[in-house]
Design a binder for this molecule. Sequence first.
Ligand code: ADP
Length: 543
Amino acid sequence: MIQGNMQVEKFNLISIMKHAARWHPNVEVVTNTVEGGIHRIGYYALYQRIKKLANALDRLGIKHGDVIGTMAWNSWRHLECWYAIGGMGAVSHTLNPRLFPDQIDYIVNHAENRFICLDITFLPVIANVLDRLPKLEGLILLTDREHMPDTSHISIPVLCYEDMLADEPEDYDWPEFDENAASSLCYTSGTTGNPKGVLYSHRSNIIHALTAGGADVFNITAQDSFLMIVPQFHANSWGLSFGVPMVGAKLVMAGPHMDGKSVYELATAEKCTVSGAVPTVWTGLLDYLDANQLKLPHLRETFIGGSAVPRSMFERFERDYEVDVIQAWGMTEMSPLGTMNRPLPYWDDLSYEERMQVRCKQGRPAFGVDMKIVDEDGNILPHDGETSGKLMVKGPWVIERYYKAEQSALDAEGWFDTGDVANIDEHGNMQITDRAKDVIKSGGEWISSVDIENTAVGHSEVQIAACIGIAHKKWEERPLLVVVKKEGMNPSKESIIAKIAEEHAKWQLPDDVVFIEDMPLTATGKIDKKPLRKMFGDHYKDL
Ligand code: ADP
């Protein structure tokens, strides 16, 4: 081999923040804080604090490879933790506060967190499981002295974050290490069994961020003000905590304030041009805008992913608010970017209706992700937009094995099975038809629960809908639609079924519709079908 003559620089996440501090020193990181009020800081000042934090963590005895948990909303302090911990060669581990206590203690123990950095509001969550965390050495409360809560009931040392930083020097000698060293850890919500850890590396995160900024992906530039609503604890904050500072864009964080009113006020005050969140957050914003007859003058586009984007959401955003909606698909195991649905030249020749159909798909992978659909025996399926099969992926930011697992998570050819069922059309647009475990199997045919849900929420009086397969004597399973009505509305079962029938064959229609008050959601804000299956498992038993 003839070696190239170029410089070799090992990737370290801290290089992103060094760059932002040096070349975009006054660009702001803005947070709607847990304590109340808006906080703002420039990238230069933020980097100075990151170095102070690294010194403070050294003083605590944190070493290369140690794991430090964070249970916090998006904030400048949380961002400082990610960069300082990763930059010094330790691992920052996001804990989702919405998990059940059993899952939290399992995760903290499994990952062997030495310390946990947390928002004051999450002290009760940790206090609740503290006696089950024997290896935890201490807590770091992400606040200042003034807002420190009473911690006299906590049996391990509790430190105040701002006190820790106060007297530390603003110099830090970042160590050099292999770019494949672990930087951060995120567990998937564990819809079945225990949560599983995905351990990202400096290399995987940086390559992911380099791609994510691209024009056909997140398209983030130094001119943008990015409203990062997706929490840092959800799937690596979609890589935005790295991708946004990398290009020197302004980073605006909603913190815990994700209701329609707060999102509207922050987006407007900070002139946010781009944003990213799961569909449930956007429903809240759209309802607030509708009710108060408001507009979003600055927002150019928004990324929606995490679960399928219903057609009605595209239409409301674009028709009523002139905001482009870009659908993204990904998963924790993919850092999380899988596909984006950006326009292609052939769209120009499509009718509105045809265009809408393509836009409801999950899109195409950017360079770095390879993708295929296969049948049960592993045979590759055609890209005809109809045949659906198991969606398999590979790439440098795709998982190889779960944290501490002895076995690889890949098949013999190196592909990772996403657990999603999808089809791919002739233009390469991938469409998720279901999660493998949610597919409804009726009389040997598959019914896509996602498809049915998306049409159902197009009914003007339906707030949110979940379609589940219920055991049925004759057909094996039949679909049942579980609906939460819009406030003050009273849709009939018949009208909802009629809406779904506009786009689906008769055999695909739910046999019944039931109404509930609140939809159970997972820790990442998606519909949680497990309790629904329990609640309605017998619904068709007498049929
Ligand atoms: P969790 O399962 O813990 O909520 P993830 O966020 O990693 O965590 O979930 C990834 C899954 O979410 C994907 O495998 C897919 O089923 C679903 N998903 C993500 N984005 C989309 C989308 N745009 N459309 C449909 N499903 C999606």
